[in-house]
Design a protein around this ligand. Structure first.
Ligand code: DGL
Length: 269
């Protein structure tokens, strides 16, 4: 593979969700340079067909390959569950392609205390049954119940995160009988770590809600370390691209990175 340790890590999502993963990477791997693409013009991915998600994912992948990314991390569950194989095949040996689902499945399957898992995510992720299939392939001891929670992404993208509206929507979804018996809740959408605290609070902190972005970043660190691909020093600042300017993208990104980010509008299609 023609890639250098100091080449950037490319990540993409439909909007601000993947920033939760970018933030976790920035925290544990500050020497890595990231190039982030938020496809805000086509948000939400969770309501799109598989073919449409694949089309967008391949377009963004080409853009990240042009930027010489050593890794392409699909920082979106909807695209990870519907387009991972296609992106991987398209990229071949030009870069490493990773998704955000396998690290969480590894984490859950490896925890002996977990018995009943709930998964919440977009319609595209939940209907693909990717978490069920991967968990069943790893550990038959674990029961899995899934629930599509499609209002959460538009709610978060519109900035309703710490208020009565978000609390009412979260409460309404999490009270559903599908999630009644769970001991662990997988946040199967990269937007959801933004509301992880409210979710934990709904359960009085009695249900385990793993920090999926941190789990993904830690597995990335291990993966790069094992392949001698960890950057030793960062040469360029992180760059963020969006397909459409949205006021909330910049607010969330500045909040996560604690400084004004470099944001550019870039149309791919
Ligand atoms: N953050 C994404 C995910 O993990 C996409 C949500 C959406 O655009 O519907 O699924």
């Amino acid at each position: 593979m023609e890639s250098k340790k100091s080449n950037p890590i490319g990540l993409f999502d439909s909007g601000v969700g993947g920033l939760t993963v970018a933030h976790a990477i920035h925290t544990i791997l500050p020497q890595e340079q990231m190039i982030y693409y938020g496809d805000t013009a086509h948000l939400p991915y969770g309501d799109k067909s598989r073919d449409t998600i694949i089309h967008y994912a391949l377009g963004i992948t080409d853009f990240l390959l042009e930027k010489r990314c050593k890794v392409i991390l699909i920082a979106c569950n909807s695209a990870s569950s519907n387009a991972f194989d296609e992106v991987k095949e398209h990229v071949g040996d030009r870069a490493v392609v990773l998704n955000v689902i396998d690290p969480v499945v590894d984490y859950v399957a490896g925890d002996e205390t977990i018995r009943n898992v709930g998964v919440i995510g977009t319609k595209a992720t939940i209907h693909s049954k990717t978490y069920e299939k991967k968990l069943a392939g790893r550990n038959s001891r674990i029961g899995v119940s899934s629930l599509a929670t499609p209002l959460l992404v538009p709610m978060i993208e519109e900035g309703f995160v710490f208020d009565d509206i978000s609390n009412a929507i979260i409460r309404s979804y999490l009270s559903r009988r599908e999630l009644a018996e769970i001991d662990t809740l997988i946040l199967g959408c990269t937007h959801y770590p933004i509301i992880r605290n409210q979710i934990s609070r709904f359960y009085n902190f009695e249900v385990n809600v793993p920090d999926s972005s941190l789990i993904v970043a830690e597995q990335l660190q291990q993966f790069l370390g094992e392949r001698n691909l960890l950057s030793e020093h960062r040469k360029h600042p992180d760059t963020f691209f969006v397909s459409e300017y949205t006021p909330y993208f910049e607010v969330i990104a500045n909040m996560f990175f604690n400084e004004k980010i470099l944001l550019e509008k870039k149309s791919i299609w």
